[in-house]
Design a binder for this molecule. Structure first.
Ligand SMILES: Cc1ncc(COP(=O)(O)O)c(C=O)c1O
Length: 452
């Protein structure tokens, strides 16, 4: 089919999310209590999360129905288009077919509201009126603020300090949707005060901001915590992306050989990839590529071990690819990719050889973003530029081998609030940085020891 883009109708918004847990060849290692190191019971998570989200976290059912109230909010921007990047293909002189799923269409500008909306909804129907969270680049914070405004809930966001300074407009968006935003580390929590005492200039990390947001939730009865990535229920909600892509490829009469996404905590990658990993587990030959920065190489240089999800060791221990909870990545512009760990489900897929990790430097990613903007017109988020670089590398390989592969990547967000980073790139002020091996080893040496 010669179309440039395939749209679906509102009626084709998926009615159920796909749960890869049901089909994985081996079960996920359970989360452990941070003190006793024994497996956690789902009820142990109730002070932090809504009950339905905990049920989804451990569910082994392959399909979980999407409530109508959630589909109604999804309909504001979903289904999102799948576009064939013909101009990019021409510029690369590649025989490959390149497609991208455009998640930048959501009002906050990324894939994150796919899970923010159901998380706010389930909390609301369980009687919770206030949610806390952390945000890196500000995409997740804006998405939760957006979702809370639809369900008339209060939203409190701890925003990583470097992003708070670099991205004032994301802050403004959160304010427009009624959220309360604090730069992290802050003096509002014990976790923040402890970090600031040790280093008053601490730039903040997602791990630190998680510690603050969790503390702010467990110390109040009317409040629960939400997470924009990493957890199984977040991966689940994001599968609307790949489920729509499946239908759109049918209309294009095509099928992917290579599926690509950038990875911070793993959710946009999982959202596109998991519905296709189910096909791979049934025998389809598909390659899955997770793209991450060399400056925060959780999958390519981390270890598959139990670690804390946050910096101050408050969260349960989860088995994942990690650089160690004490890892402080440099303040690269793709703030949403600066997380020490990786979703346990994406990690298990990588450990089983279903997913490959690739590291890229930030300058080559901004160059890829510039070429994409010049050919396809969209200015991507710096996070997304890692996926674009990954897709370009695959397409260039096809140019060398003559293979006519079908490549799809997730355009996880637009970069309209990231123009300060683009300005630094255009004025040659960016530097590439690979995290030194001795510092990775030092952080990994601090990992908790878990038997078995
Ligand atoms: C546009 C965009 N893409 C990707 C990511 C990385 O997160 P995840 O790996 O959970 O998709 C972020 C995180 O903030 C983001 O804002």
């Amino acid at each position: 089919m010669d179309s440039k883009r395939v749209f679906l109708s509102e009626k084709e918004i998926p009615t159920a999310w796909y749960n890869l847990q049901a089909d994985l060849p081996q079960p996920l290692p359970p989360p452990l209590h941070p003190g006793t190191k024994q497996p956690l019971a789902p009820a142990d998570l109730e002070p932090i999360f809504a009950k339905e989200l905990i049920r989804q976290e451990v569910s082994q059912e392959p399909w979980i129905e999407i409530p109508q109230a959630v589909r109604d909010v999804y309909a504001i921007w979903r289904p999102t288009p799948l576009t064939r990047a013909r101009n990019l293909e021409k510029a690369l002189k590649t025989p490959a077919r390149i497609y991208f799923k455009d998640e930048s269409h959501s009002p906050p500008g990324s894939h994150k509201p796919n899970t923010a909306v159901p998380q706010a909804y389930y909390n609301k129907i369980e009687g919770i009126n206030r949610l806390t969270t952390e945000t890196g680049a500000g995409q997740w914070g804006t998405s939760l603020a957006f979702a809370c405004s639809f369900f008339d809930m209060h939203c409190k966001v701890y925003m990583v300090k470097v992003s708070y300074q670099q991205k004032p407009y994301r802050r403004s968006m959160m304010h427009i949707w009624g959220a309360d935003v604090t730069a992290s580390p802050s003096t509002e929590t014990n976790a923040g005060r402890q970090i600031l005492e040790a280093d008053p200039e601490h730039p903040g990390t997602l791990g630190v901001a998680i510690s603050e947001a969790v503390e702010a939730a467990v110390t109040r009865d009317d409040t629960k915590y939400t997470l924009g990535s990493v957890l199984n229920h977040v991966m689940l909600h994001q599968t609307v992306i790949g489920l729509e892509v499946e239908k759109q490829f049918e209309k294009f009469e095509d099928y992917p050989d290579v599926v690509i996404g950038c990875v911070g905590g793993g959710s946009n990658f999982a959202g596109l990839a998991f519905p296709f990993i189910r096909h791979k587990l049934k025998g389809k030959d598909i390659k899955f590529v997770a793209c991450e920065p060399h400056s925060c190489p959780s999958m390519s240089r981390g270890q598959y071990r139990y670690d804390f999800g946050d910096t101050t060791m408050l969260t349960p221990l989860i088995k994942m690819y990690t650089l160690g909870h004490s890892f402080v990545p440099p303040g690269i512009h793709a703030g949403g990719l600066r997380y020490h760990g990786m979703a346990p489900m994406v990690s298990l897929c990588a450990a089983l050889g279903l997913v490959e990790a690739r590291g890229y430097h930030q300058i080559e990613c901004f160059e890829a973003a510039k070429l994409f903007a010049a050919t396809e017109g969209i200015i991507p988020a710096p996070e997304t530029s890692h996926a674009i670089r990954g897709a370009i590398c695959e397409a260039e390989r096809c140019r060398e081998t003559g293979e006519e592969k079908c490549i799809v990547f997730n355009l996880s967000g637009h970069g309209f609030c990231d123009m300060a980073s683009y300005d630094r790139f255009l004025s040659n002020k960016l530097e590439d940085y690979a995290y030194p091996q001795d510092r990775i080893e030092a952080a990994i040496a601090e990992l908790p020891v878990v038997e078995g």
